[in-house]
Design a protein around this ligand. Structure first.
Ligand code: FES
Length: 194
């Protein structure tokens, strides 16, 4: 029996829809897969650059720069420390200078408080105590309180004073309009005792 001739450009036994959209061969498939991965990688890297380019903390939030105010508005010498709960901060102002204390106990992370009666910081969890400037007094805490970096700038943004690398107190410049700022993202660990 004679077989019918297959018309030119048409394959025998191939459904008409496949003839219109012939299946990809291996090379075409690999090319498309490679281009798709390249596109995905570009989008991922671009997205990462955008995300990492955005500051993690906004000004005024914990983890970012916090403006305390003018020198003239600081608590007077040896007054009760100023409390800034939103940014987990105490500011103590003694004759040595200013210190910015991180509000989390260095023992196991409880929030400690200031006692007006005992004039010291006391942690309610296990009783660690710290002096006005954050120095360790007693209890299970392994070190003095952690401090943040303070910067004091004049009206033009020039730095007049800054917390030294060891976290020591900052002498307050003689400029009542200078601005006191605390970097709550720059923590200096307290000194280990004993
Ligand atoms: S967490 Fe403060 S003393 Fe233990």
């Amino acid at each position: 029996m004679t077989q019918a001739a297959v018309p030119t450009g048409q394959t025998e036994n191939v459904p008409p829809e496949e003839q219109a959209n012939p299946p990809l061969n291996r090379r075409e498939f690999l090319n498309i897969a490679w281009l798709a991965s390249l596109g995905f990688l570009t989008v991922a890297l671009g997205g990462g650059a955008v995300i990492f380019g955005i500051p993690r903390f906004r000004e005024g939030e914990f983890g970012g720069m916090f403006t305390v105010g003018r020198v003239a508005d600081l608590p007077p010498l040896d007054a009760a420390p100023a409390n800034y709960p939103k940014v987990k901060l105490w500011i103590s102002n003694s004759a040595e200078g200013l210190v910015a204390l991180y509000k989390v106990c260095v023992h196991l992370g409880c929030i400690y408080g200031w006692s007006d009666q005992e004039t010291k910081f006391i942690c309610p969890c296990h009783g660690s105590q710290y002096a006005y400037n954050g120095d360790y007094i007693l209890g299970p805490a392994p070190r003095s309180l952690d401090r943040f970096v303070i910067t004091i700038e004049d009206e033009n943004g020039n730095i007049l004073a800054q917390t030294p690398e060891d976290g020591g107190p900052v002498a307050i410049p003689d400029n009542p309009n200078a601005i006191v700022r605390v970097n709550t993202g720059a923590k200096i660990l307290g000194e280990v005792h004993g």
